[in-house]
Design a protein around this ligand. Structure first.
Ligand code: NZQ
Ligand code: ZN
Length: 382
């Protein structure tokens, strides 16, 4: 196990009927900006619950944050914050609203020039406005981590940042708010959380970080067991609760303590979304089986262990069967796994590998996924 430091300050408020608790958690005297997306919270009652909980607090709202949130929209929110003298942000929505909120919180306090540099150059975030969230879509883990991913439409770039200053102060996880998710977002969420675990677990590493591996497998097994039930029995509270907590755990900094990490699937996927607008999880479902296939020697011990522990695969051809099982699981969640399913093909191979070549990135836990290897991976996924 490698050396590591670990701190996660996020207060989690979990369970039915917990939205009302935000009134006790928002610092007294705050001027609050509620951020949200395209209006799902107005249809499922979450907006009304949040408004009720904000009674007696001075608050404003900023809506229209897109899935794969836009830098351009975030900048408008920063202007609004400055105009109104906002001191606290409350994100109400999925990972996109929360990621946008993290960026807005940092950009509103950024004094070193153009805040785009936070994303393009990794400029240090010296200060950020305090914020919290009511998360409505279990997927990203954004509710218990300090990372965010923002898209700049004008340049077709999707870039991430993370900072110790951008952890939420608290996150409300009420599984009942997920009853209203459309099947596509249920599938997306389960696939995203599954792939988060894979990025931190499915490396060359095997046997020297047992607690992380066993925890990772517990999360994967939960997703594999409960994911399909959320599609067939959408109002099953325990299923939703298990999925919500599993997604949070998939990316809250616990399972990556002291282990190598891959993240190639995400980095390739972000480029596909930036160019072609696919949902985040759709790109992951396409790319991961390709990464597993091309890197199967490097990752052989872990793929074998994944097959045995999560999918019950033993004996012959375990690696090939495990890759098929992962692909089959994504398909069973309604998330398609080939470029052709999204009316894409050869053009993606060139465009994405060229972009990664321009960036000079070598991906994966061994930094051996060069643009040529990316071509090989994507060619398999046509
Ligand atoms: O915009 P509204 O109207 O709210 O609708 C949303 C949106 O259309 C809808 N939705 C959310 N909760 C709902 C609901 N509809 C009905 N009932 C509910 N309870 O779902 C749609 C998708 O929402 P979005 O927030 O985009 O999805 P998700 O949570 O999957 O977030 C995806 C974004 O997170 C980034 C992705 O790259 C992508 O931009 N990620 C963030 C990470 C992080 N911060 O750590 C890690 C991830 O790898 C990921 O990259
Ligand atoms: Zn993800």
């Amino acid at each position: 196990m490698n050396n590591f430091t670990f701190a996660n300050p996020v207060k989690i408020i979990f369970g039915k009927g917990t939205i009302k608790e935000i009134s006790k958690e928002i610092p007294q005297g705050s001027k609050v900006l509620m951020t949200y997306g395209g209006g799902s919270i107005k249809k499922n009652g979450v907006y009304d619950q949040a408004v009720k909980a904000l009674e007696g607090i001075e608050w404003y709202e900023f809506s229209g944050i897109e899935p794969n949130p836009h830098y351009e929209t975030c900048i408008k929110a920063v202007e609004f914050i400055k105009e109104k003298g906002i001191t606290f942000i409350l994100s109400v929505g999925g990972g996109s609203v929360l990621d946008a909120t993290k960026f807005i919180a940092a950009a509103a306090c950024f004094e070193d020039g153009d805040p785009w540099q936070i994303l393009s150059k990794g400029s240090e975030i010296k200060n950020a406005m305090p914020f919290a969230d009511i998360i409505t879509l279990p997927a990203t883990g954004s509710e218990m981590n300090n990372g965010a991913v923002i898209t700049r439409v004008s340049t077709e770039e999707k870039l991430s940042f993370a900072s110790p200053k951008t952890f939420p102060l608290f996150s409300v996880l009420d599984p009942t708010v997920t009853f209203s998710l459309p099947p596509r977002q249920v599938g997306n969420g389960v696939v995203d959380a599954f792939v988060h675990v894979m990025e931190q677990y499915l490396t060359y590493n095997e046997g020297d970080s047992l607690i992380q591996d066993n925890m990772a497998e517990a999360i994967l097994k939960t997703l594999v067991e409960e994911g399909p039930k959320a599609l067939s029995d959408p109002e099953n509270y325990d299923v939703r609760a298990n999925l919500m907590w599993a997604s949070t755990w998939a990316l809250n900094g616990w399972i990556n303590c002291g282990v190598p990490e891959d993240w190639a699937t995400h980095m390739i996927g972000h480029e596909i979304t930036a160019f072609y607008g696919l949902d985040h999880a759709q790109t992951l479902a396409v790319v991961l089986p390709g990464v597993m296939t091309v890197l199967k020697e490097q990752k052989s011990k872990k793929i074998t262990r994944l097959g045995r522990e999560v999918f019950g695969i033993k004996d012959d051809n375990t690696i090939e069967r495990t890759i098929k099982a992962v692909e089959g699981f994504f398909e069973s969640m309604g998330v398609k796994t080939h470029l052709k399913d999204y009316n894409l093909g050869e053009e993606v191979v060139e465009k994405v590998s060229n972009r990664l070549a321009e960036r000079g990135w070598k991906l994966g836990e061994c930094h051996n996924i060069t643009p040529d290897v990316v071509k090989e991976i994507l060619t398999l996924r046509k």
